[in-house]
Design a protein around this ligand. Sequence first.
Ligand code: SAH
Length: 254
Amino acid sequence: MTGRVTIVGLGPGDPRFLTPAASEALASATDLVGYGPYVGRVPERPGQRRHASDNRVELDRARFALDLAAKGSRVAVVSGGDPGVFAMAAAVFEAVENGDPIWRSLDIRVEPGITAMLAAAARVGAPLGGDFCAMSLSDNLKPWEVVEARLRAALAADFVVALYNPISSARPWQLGAAFKIVAETRGSDTPIILARAVMRPDERIRILPLSEVEASMADMSTIVIIGASTTRLIERPEGKAPFVYTPRSYGVRP
Ligand code: SAH
C-alpha cells in the first residue's frame, strides 16, 4: 500500500516557525486536508488537491483523509500549532482504532509543530520554566465537571496552567468560572498571561494580575497562562513590558 497520511503541525502562524520536516511533508503531499484557515496558510502548489472543511467535523475529516490514503494518495492533514495538542492527530488515531482495519497498515506519521503555549511563553520570558500543565477548557468533548476537577487539582499542585480553547461564542461562561476557581487558591497578584494570535500579524499579549483579569479580554485565538505561586515579574524601565518567569529552583539549587 503506497498511501500515506502525515498529520502536520503548522506552528502558531509565522511560516518561519514551520519546521523543515513539516514543510517537506506539505510539499510532497498529493492532497491537503484540514480546517479552512489552516489549509489557507499553506502555499498553493500546482497539482496538489486542497480539501478545506469546517472546524466541527474532526473525525469525518480524519476518515476522509484515511480513505484517500487507502486509495493511494499522499495526504497531509494540517493543524495549527502541534497536531498532537488538542488537534487532528488524536482524531486520526481515533478513526484508525474504530474504523476500517485496512487503515492500520497505512503509513501514518506525525510532524510536530510549535504549540501555542510554547510560542506564548517565548514572547514573555520563561513562565513555563518550572512544572506546568496544559488543559483545554472546552467542554465540547468532555463534561465541565472533568474540566473543573482537573483545574482544581492542577492549582492545588501549584502547576503553571496553560488554558487552550478558553472561550468561544458557544462557550461564553467557562473562562469566567475558571478565573473564579483560580482566585480561590492563588493570590490576587498572580500573573496571568493573555496571549492572542501569537506569531500572527494581529498578535496581542497582555500580562495582568489575577485581580484585574476578565474573561472578556480573551477570545478563541487566545491562550491563557496562569502563573504558579512562584511565577514572578521582572519590571523594566521606560514602559517596557515586564519579563515573566517561573524559577526552576525552590531554593535548593546546588
Ligand atoms: N494544536 C494547537 C491547539 C489547538 S486548540 C496548538 O498546538 O497550538 C485551539 C486553541 O489553541 C485556541 O483556542 C487557542 O487557545 C490556542 N491557540 C492556537 N494558536 C494560537 C496562537 N497563535 N496564539 C494564541 N493561542 C493560540
